[in-house]
Design a protein. Structure first.
Length: 297
């Protein structure tokens, strides 16, 4: 196993997050989080574009319990490429309290995919953020969609707001369920009712197979913590219009943040500002993720 030194400008996760004031409803799911390594056990990919701090399953489970979540959905981190070993280790160690979103290649064998499904993988992620990965041609992703269709997996898309118009035809050609990360990363300095965000809302309105994560105020904000006030109207709009197609997660351990590292307890306290009733909170945190990731349990 190799030795890895994290990037000099890497911001490590908050080591002592606060206990949230907002009490999560029983059965709540952190539907977007990651693990990094540890690198000496699960090496980082040679083609990675960043080297993070180690942030493994023990730290993730401790955070889950501190914040009051019951379950996690672990999204494969780009620093691990298509070697999903660290993510799968979390699933197999969770006692059925975790599900996974994998990164796969078209040449993965059916046995590999079946093994991942058995461990708890339920989706594959396509990443279009160029500073993190080198996106592939549409045909490459179509091959993967064909491979995962028999398993009933869905597709998770990560892209920047400017990519939506360019990729519209491909995205809308997907007939599986599709979950979009972080509301498609809107420019929150623009109006919530402006043409840019309207295109994203149109995607959800016209294509009922599309869901959205209303995640990462710390990643989208310009005004900054603690309130992330500029993100509130965007997330609230999506939750109120599409209450049965939204998910929330911490994004721990917050890869590639440069402005600040959030207190995960304060991120949980952000939830009632965007999901303003108990009914909306229950859909966001319990009903929707359970239906999507634990439907056969």
């Amino acid at each position: 196993m190799g030795t890895f030194t994290m990037d000099a400008d890497w911001l490590s996760y908050c080591a002592n997050p606060s206990k949230p004031e907002f009490v999560l409803p029983p059965g709540s799911v952190d539907a977007h989080c990651h693990v990094f390594g540890p690198g000496d056990q699960f090496p980082y990919a040679p083609e990675r574009k960043y080297t993070p701090c180690d942030a493994g399953r023990d730290e993730l489970f401790a955070l889950r319990d501190l914040l009051g979540f019951d379950k996690n959905v672990v999204v494969q981190a780009t620093c691990h490429g298509s070697d999903n070993s660290a993510m799968l280790d979390v699933l197999r160690s969770s006692g059925d309290r975790a599900r996974g979103v994998a990164s796969i290649r078209p040449d993965f064998s059916s046995d590999q995919l079946d093994e991942m499904h058995e461990a708890g993988v339920r989706a594959v992620r396509f990443n279009y953020v160029r500073r993190l990965v080198d996106p592939k041609p549409d045909a490459y992703y179509h091959q993967i969609v064909e491979r995962i269709a028999p398993l009933g997996w869905h597709v998770v898309l990560y892209f920047e707001a400017a990519d939506l118009a360019e990729r519209w035809n491909f995205f809308t050609s997907l007939d599986s369920l599709v979950v979009i990360d972080h509301m498609g990363r809107p420019d929150v300095t623009k109006p919530v009712d402006g043409p840019d965000f309207e295109l994203f809302l149109r995607l959800l309105r016209e294509h009922e197979n599309f869901w959205s994560k209303v995640t990462c105020p710390e990643r989208l904000t310009v005004t900054g913590p603690p309130g992330y006030d500029d993100v509130v109207p965007f997330a609230r709009k999506v939750i109120e219009e599409f209450p049965d197609r939204v998910l929330w997660g911490t994004d721990w351990p917050h890869p590639n943040l440069k402005s600040h590292m959030p207190d995960d307890g304060k991120l949980v306290d952000f939830i009632p500002r965007i999901a303003t009733t108990e009914a909306l909170q229950h859909q966001l945190l319990v009903d929707n993720p359970t239906r999507l990731y634990w439907k056969e349990s």
